[in-house]
Ligand binder design. Structure first.
Ligand SMILES: *Cc1c(COP(=O)(O)O)cnc(C)c1O
Length: 342
């Protein structure tokens, strides 16, 4: 059975064009610097972020944690949003790998107040850790996009205090599509950025960590330390290049499809959708007022060929992507109406 899979955009299989490019990719041992396809991907990734260099990593988590590990010394303090992915969904890695302390900033739907950040930057004092890094997340995993104004305020304060800024841009291109700007308009407010090619861009594996040459050279060595020195990875880079050249142009469709899905869901009695929070390809809603059993909801949709995740923190999340069309959305809506009417 061909499922309609709304669990995440990480479920996207590579396209036929990617598979063909992977099959034909020219490769070499990338730890020796011999893989021309990987070099091409890294150069292109740096270029579209308007930075000097880039490094392929196995996953988004790997890229974020490598950024912390490279920017910071052990015992440094990292300032980041209380609801960000690095804190909430990366298995506590920052305490294991970089050995840093995370200090949270209040999140206003994903945006941090630059004044609060300034207050939390450490002075020199024998009792204090040093503030080693500030992290932002855009698009945010709550489905919203930070404004460029918010990013620029935070970046300027960081620069005044000589602190580097890392951007978790797992869905950077969805954010760029929402803001209707090129990705470099977002990445100019950070010193390093991680983005995923393995999510809505359909590549099977990988993320890129991007920054200046010195930072990427250090990160390359630490990537090896973490076991992420890959050999003939041009096979993966071939798909990544198509992800960045072709697929970034179409993620706005996913954003639009999420809006449509949200709008149609909101018309179903008892379903509550935060329509104004649908900036990218994610729809959060709850079905409390329908009175329908939540586990049964997952099971019934499964029977209709639709895979969804169980509720988390009071919300069900649907994610649109390359393999979800408008036709699928109408079928999803019809299926939900049918399930709830029983
Ligand atoms: C998915 C995601 C990551 C991590 O990516 P993985 O490849 O799943 O490790 C990091 N940050 C954000 C905001 C994400 O959505």
């Amino acid at each position: 059975m061909n499922f309609i899979d709304l669990r995440s955009d990480t479920v996207t299989n590579p396209t036929d064009k990617m598979r063909e490019a992977m099959f034909k990719a020219e490769v070499g041992d990338d730890v020796y610097g011999d893989d021309p396809t990987m070099k091409a991907l890294e150069e292109y990734a740096a270029k579209i972020c308007d930075k000097e260099a880039a490094l392929f990593v196995p996953s988004g988590t790997f890229g974020n944690q490598l950024a912390l590990f490279t920017h910071c010394n052990r015992g440094n303090e990292v300032l980041l949003g209380e609801d960000c992915h690095i804190l909430m969904h990366e298995v506590g890695a920052s305490s294991v790998i970089a050995g840093v302390q995370l200090r949270t900033i209040k999140s206003h739907k994903g945006e941090m107040d630059s004044k609060e950040i300034e207050l939390k930057i450490r002075e020199e004092n024998i009792h204090f850790p040093e503030t080693g890094l500030i992290c932002m997340e855009n698009a945010h995993s709550n489905g919203r996009v930070l404004s460029l104004e918010n990013m620029s305020k935070i970046y300027n304060i960081a620069k005044e205090h000589n602190i580097p800024v890392h951007l978790d841009g797992a869905r950077l291109f969805n954010a760029a599509a929402y803001l209707n700007v090129e990705s470099k308009e977002i990445t100019k407010y950070c010193d390093s950025v991680m983005f995923c090619v393995s999510k809505g861009l359909c590549a099977p594996i990988g993320s890129l960590l991007v920054g200046n040459k010195d930072f990427i050279n250090k990160a390359r060595k630490k990537r090896k330390l973490m076991g992420g020195g890959l050999r003939q990875c041009g096979i993966l880079a071939a798909a990544g290049i198509i992800a960045l050249k072709d697929m970034t142009k179409r993620v706005k469709e996913d954003n639009e499809n999420a809006k449509l899905l949200g709008k149609e869901l909101s018309k179903i009695p008892g379903i509550k959708v935060n329509l104004e929070d649908i900036h990218i390809n994610m729809v959060f809603f709850n079905i409390d007022e329908t009175g329908y059993d939540k586990l049964k909801f997952v099971e019934e949709l499964y029977k209709k060929g639709i895979k969804i995740n169980a509720e988390e923190d009071g919300f069900i999340r649907f994610v649109t992507h390359y393999w979800i069309s408008k036709k699928h959305i109408l079928y999803i809506i019809e299926s939900i109406k049918e399930i709830l009417s029983k």
